[in-house]
Design a binder for this molecule. Structure first.
Ligand code: NAI
Length: 801
């Protein structure tokens, strides 16, 4: 008699197809082709162009859709602009009702949307039904809540304007929700371009917008490819671009928007580590890998695609994993028991095949399951590549397919080094029964999202987004809604007054300079301040600074590229500043205030002599700088994170972490106060800073060296390089070790910094040549500064047996 165990092992599943009749009927109704959705109406491409959309699992045409050109983008942006005044003037409560209605309608059409998404993308119905569509609804509900609370929670903020949103094909409707829900909640209007492979669920969403009576022009959808996206990015009527997709395109967008004043949030690629320690629950971790890299065919930006396995358990782990891989069912995405559906398109399949071959050539051991693939369609078997060199292509490049690469490590430190050995920093998954170890590793891994003993968990209440070349900005939670708001003082800022820069002296740095007897004496040349020491500039040059009467006042050292490099190196080494207690940092900042206060009169005299202001007004600036130092000392131990309310039996910790090394370029206006207002918040939260002071009035700032020396500021925590600001700013922006840069100066200077940031996709905060009231308690200081000085890491910690 056959044993039950044997039957279970040999038993084949029968097909369990999900009905597609509603979707097929909908597609039939649009057999003439889908058009853009602009100003609340359907609108054919102005030039009549179109392209085909294909079901990748069956290799059949599903629909023909319009291909948007610049004219279509123009019409959509104009519609969004027209709609903006009324939409943004609605009460938060009114907007909440629309978002709530959208969420309800998504739920009412959930099966339709799940089937459509599966057909368009190739992903299994089990995932669209249980993950994508429920998360879409959750996102709109959550943001209906933010719309309701927007006035009370963000009283000094308003919407940005028209948002251009470009999304990828891997989670088409979910990415739409991540973009549109917060934008609308905050009062913005949008033009969204879905990916060319998967535009259909966005068109179903347009129908929902009509059903709920969303005012015309609030949501516009323009179909098309990369050229359509590029036209949206370039359009002058757009105030913000939000993009999810490849790092390569993200870099283009950074360059294309540089200097335009458009705000930018980028959610880019990843090569996320999946770390298994030898005390982990190995069976649990194997299931984790399945969710990490075989969820959505591995076409997931935060896929756990790099397995780092502790050496002692590696062979056992691989054996278990291979056994589990053999049970994965590949095939019809509409079959309810399918685990692995189709790859989105032939071009993506070819890319995966090519990368795996490259992995083989570079010495990796490629292992794949034995199951046959369907005769038609774009399918790829779950694949594991072991013995991968950490520097090899497959260990570094995003494969974006069902392919895990694996390597081993011996110690936690080695695991962290390997985990961080990538330009990306989107996510990480850490497996160990030792919670102390997992939290320690979570803190050290450079990733925006960390899952402990879990993986690929998402919720509208938690922020999602990357570190390093995985982009900047967050989607979800409080941190996500802030990406669609602008502070009132920022919106109101007018262009700053121009200040003539100092003349360049050709003479080598001299020991002293002459000065009229009426001025305070200058008896030395101000040097650079690097690694806690006053150092001569590498160039050996200095520049003469003149006082308000035009008389030579002193000389400022002219730093160059090498000085910036040295300063960054010193800042990079000063890591202990980021790990000491916040109380400790506060104490140092209070001490700075104390020592500055002791020299208040001297600083005031110097400021008055250099700038066109009375002694009284200079004294006011120095007093404000002292008060501001106190203010950030007070904040140092209070800018803490949150525990987000996400899934049950999970703690989701949102921790604001310092960037590491920051570059800060200071303006000429209120030179001392502006310097303190920019540098202090960055230091308060644990960054190390390389600062470039005002070019015209550097001497008003450089005496801070003595204040720093006497205030226990550790060497390398604050480095100051004076000189030609615009030149130094670009060098700083290009430096790979600098994680974020702030720039307050001219409009062309802002553009140059943003462009230079495309190199390693560093986050930037520039003023586009606009002035700021540094004395104001709203504009000159505040949580906005602390927010820009940090990036949020979300750590998911499950609990319970
Ligand atoms: P992609 O980055 O080219 O496409 C994403 C979106 O950007 C699409 O809507 C596309 O039309 C648009 N786009 C393309 N070029 C543009 C431009 N110059 N300006 C504005 N918008 C533009 O990604 P693609 O080619 O579909 O996939 C290539 C690789 O990118 C994948 O193999 C994967 O490694 C990565 N990728 C990463 C995603 C993520 O979520 N991080 C999503 C999609 C792709």
């Amino acid at each position: 008699m056959p044993r039950v165990k044997d039957i279970l092992q040999t038993m084949e599943y029968g097909p369990a197809p999900e009905a597609d009749d509603h979707v097929v009927a909908w597609l039939d109704r649009h057999a003439d082709g889908f058009t853009h959705y602009i100003d609340g109406a359907y609108s054919a491409a102005r030039d009549g162009a179109s392209f085909a959309v294909t079901d990748p699992a069956r290799s059949v045409r599903l629909a023909t859709v319009a291909q948007g050109g610049a004219d279509d983008i123009d019409a959509a942006v104009a519609a969004a602009r027209r709609a903006f005044p009324r939409w943004s003037a609605l009460s938060g409560h009114a907007r909440a009702r629309y978002l709530y209605a959208i969420a309800r309608h998504v739920q009412k059409r959930e099966r339709f949307l799940a089937v459509l998404e599966s057909m368009d993308n190739g992903k299994p119905i089990r995932e669209t039904r249980d993950i994508d569509i429920p998360l879409v609804a959750r996102h709109f509900y959550h943001h209906a809540g933010w719309a309701e609370l927007i006035e009370s929670e963000f009283p000094a903020f308003g919407p940005i304007g028209v948002c251009g949103q470009i999304i990828p094909w891997n989670f088409p409707l979910l990415m739409l929700a991540w973009k549109i829900a917060p934008a609308l909640a905050a009062g913005n209007t949008v033009v969204l371009k879905p990916a060319e492979f998967t535009p259909l669920s966005a068109l179903a969403f347009a129908e929902i917008c009509r059903e709920v009576g969303l005012p015309a022009g609030v949501v516009n959808i323009v179909l098309g490819d990369g050229a359509t996206g590029a036209a949206l990015v370039a359009h002058p009527g757009v105030d913000k671009i939000a993009f999810t997709g490849s790092t390569e395109v993200g870099r283009h967008i950074r360059e294309a928007t540089a200097g335009s004043g458009k705000r930018l949030s980028l959610e880019l690629g990843g090569k996320s580590p999946f770390i298994v320690f030898d005390d982990a629950d190995l069976d649990g971790a194997v299931e984790g890998v399945v969710d990490a890299i075989w969820f959505n065919q591995g076409e997931v930006c935060c896929a756990g695609s790099r397995l780092l396995i502790q050496e002692g358990v590696a062979e056992r782990f691989y054996a278990k994993l291979k056994r589990r891989m053999e049970t994965l069912r590949i095939g019809d995405p509409l079959d309810k028991s399918t685990d692995i559906g189709a790859i989105v398109a032939p071009v993506q399949l070819a890319r995966i095949e090519e990368l795996v071959e490259q992995g083989r050539r570079e010495g990796g051991r490629v292992w794949t399951v034995s199951a046959p693939l369907p005769a038609v369609g774009c399918f790829y078997r779950p694949t594991l590549i072991t013995e991968v060199d950490p520097a090899s292509t497959v260990a570094q490049v995003e494969i974006f397919g069902p392919v895990a690469v694996a390597m081993t490590f011996r110690t936690p430190d080695e695991a962290i080094a390997l985990a961080n050995n990538t330009p990306y920093g989107l996510a990480a998954s850490i497996w160990s029964e030792n919670i102390n170890l997992t939290l320690d590793v979570a803190a050290k891994v450079k990733a925006g999202v960390v899952w402990i003993n879990s993986t690929n968990l998402f919720d509208a209440g938690a922020g999602f987004g990357g570190y390093k070349e995985s982009g900047f900005g967050r989607e979800g939670g409080r941190e996500g809604i802030l990406e669609y708001l602008v502070a009132d003082w920022d919106r109101a800022a007018a262009p700053a007054a121009e200040v003539a820069p100092f003349a360049l002296s050709a003479a080598p740095a001299a020991g002293t300079v002459g000065h009229p007897a009426t001025l305070p004496p200058i008896d030395r040349t101000a040097k650079l301040y690097i690694g806690g020491k006053q150092t001569r500039p590498d160039s050996g040059y200095s520049a003469t600074v003149f006082d308000v009467a035009g008389a030579p006042f002193g000389q400022v050292a002219l730093g160059n590229r090498k000085d910036i490099r040295n300063a960054v190196e010193a800042a990079a080494k000063a890591t202990s500043w980021s790990s000491v207690t916040a109380h400790n940092r506060a104490q140092v900042l209070y001490y700075v205030a104390e020592n500055l206060s002791a020299r208040e009169a001297e600083f005031s005299r110097r400021l008055a002599a250099l700038t066109a202001q009375s002694l009284e007004s200079a004294a006011r600036e120095v007093a404000a700088a002292i008060a501001r130092t106190f203010w950030y000392a007070a904040w140092a131990d209070k800018f803490d994170g949150a525990v987000h309310a996400t899934k049950s039996r999970h703690v989701t910790l949102a921790i604001p972490e310092p960037w590491g090394v920051m570059g800060i370029v200071c303006p000429d206006e209120a030179p001392l106060l502006a310097f303190v207002s920019l540098v202090l918040p960055a230091l308060a939260v644990g960054n190390r800073v390389v600062a470039i002071p005002s070019q015209a009035y550097a001497l008003a700032v450089l005496d801070l060296y003595q204040v720093l020396d006497t205030s226990d500021v550790p060497p390398g925590v604050l480095n100051i390089v004076s000189g030609e600001r615009e030149v130094l700013a670009t060098v700083l922006a290009q430096h790979d070790e600098v994680a974020a840069i702030w720039y307050a100066g001219s409009a062309p200077g802002s553009a140059a910094v943003e462009r230079a940031c495309a190199g390693n996709m560093k986050a930037s905060w520039v003023n586009h040549g606009r002035g700021r009231d540094w004395f104001s308690a709203h504009a000159g200081q505040g949580r906005e500064y602390l927010r820009h000085a940090t990036q949020v890491k979300n750590i998911w910690v499950p609990y319970g047996e």
